[in-house]
Design a protein around this ligand. Sequence first.
Ligand code: 9WN
Length: 438
Amino acid sequence: APGGDARTTGRSVLRRGAEEVLERNWTGTSTVPSLGLYPHQWSWDSAFIAIGLRHVSPRRAQTELETLLAAQWGDGRVPHIVFNPSVPLDAYFPSPDFWRSSTAGRAAGAPRTVQTSGIVQPPVHALAAWLVHRADPELSRARGFLARVYPRLAAWHRYLLHRRDLGGGGLVSVVHPWEQGMDNAPAWDAPLARVTPAPARSFRRADLDHGAAEDRPTDLDYGRYVRLAAGYRDGGYADGGGEFAVEDPSFNALLIASEHALARIAHELGAQATARHARAERLTAALVDRLWDPERGLFLCRDVRGGTLVGERGVSGLVPLILPGLAREVVSAVVRTLRGPHFGLGTTTRLVPSYDLLGEAFDPHRYWRGPAWFNTGWLIERGLRLHGRPAEADALREAVLDTALTSDFAEYVDPYTGEGCGTTGFGWTAALTLDLLH
Ligand code: 9WN
């Protein structure tokens, strides 16, 4: 049919476009999220990028993860940014002279030769490593890929589970909104309100050279981000005492999914896997116990310092749909919420907004306060498929692919119109497009 031909052509244009973005953003050892706005290596970006890159070059996908893991700290943390020394200091803020990892992070075992940030990002890496391995098991075995990354991934999870259980209930806390990856999500507003912002004059934002101010976090948010990060640094990046600690559903769900992947990796390497699967199941139970809200039909963030659940509905609360061990009634409730008025999937929207369409803080263009992002779209698509909802998964996949093409691989888009926001040529948008095309 002529319609079918047009679609096939459209898809091959999309595939070529996505491959070109990954090619342009490749530095030789890793892929930058964006040439202008984010010119270094980011932790969870690299995991998502490797998941797409495995379809283009399994070797490059392995290298992507190996480069990131080579910057791991002695205490097991995987830093959220690995800085490229050939990029000028003022190209991104906060730069290496802010984090001072090799001096301030000495006690925590920061690497000496490479500069990094001192906070972390969501642990998508073991999941990515497993998917990368499966793309070309022969090459992976020949290079000893899994055998080399396994101990590092295990130490990473150990760090999170042992040093970051700040609420004492078995889940991991983030100590900075940048760690969770959805930087200005409205769920952070209440816990962040306790943090005195650093004066706007005390730092210079480089992001505004590349992105429209209306699409980015506000100066007030930045003041608080800077104050929190500086406090963590000045305490030698030791965990426990900070004024911000939040248990987030997406961060913990990604850890659980990665723990299941680590079990598969262990099994592939001939080691014991059952203890890891069991741990993932215990963590799933803790997630439901501590963060599930049956009335709202989604997971919430727990403000550990304030001792309360935060009543905001965000996409983070839907991401646990990726978990295999979720009870049937929880799955049904999450899907109902996804399709209901707060997220509108299949009715008022074709993509998943990052925040409640009916929420007071909703803004269709401002970063994580409404726009649809491609990594969360990919995760929800995977969750729908896992839980036997192929029609909904297919519809979401089509919408994500169409929007990637029309927005030129935007960083995020207006959830109603699909209009691109932030930057274009964005790494994980291109990579996850490729993965959905396969
Ligand atoms: C701070 C790189 C990163 C993503 C985050 C996204 C944004 C950084 C920023 O860009 O955060 O880490 O400067 O705004 O929120 O999820 O990893 O793409």
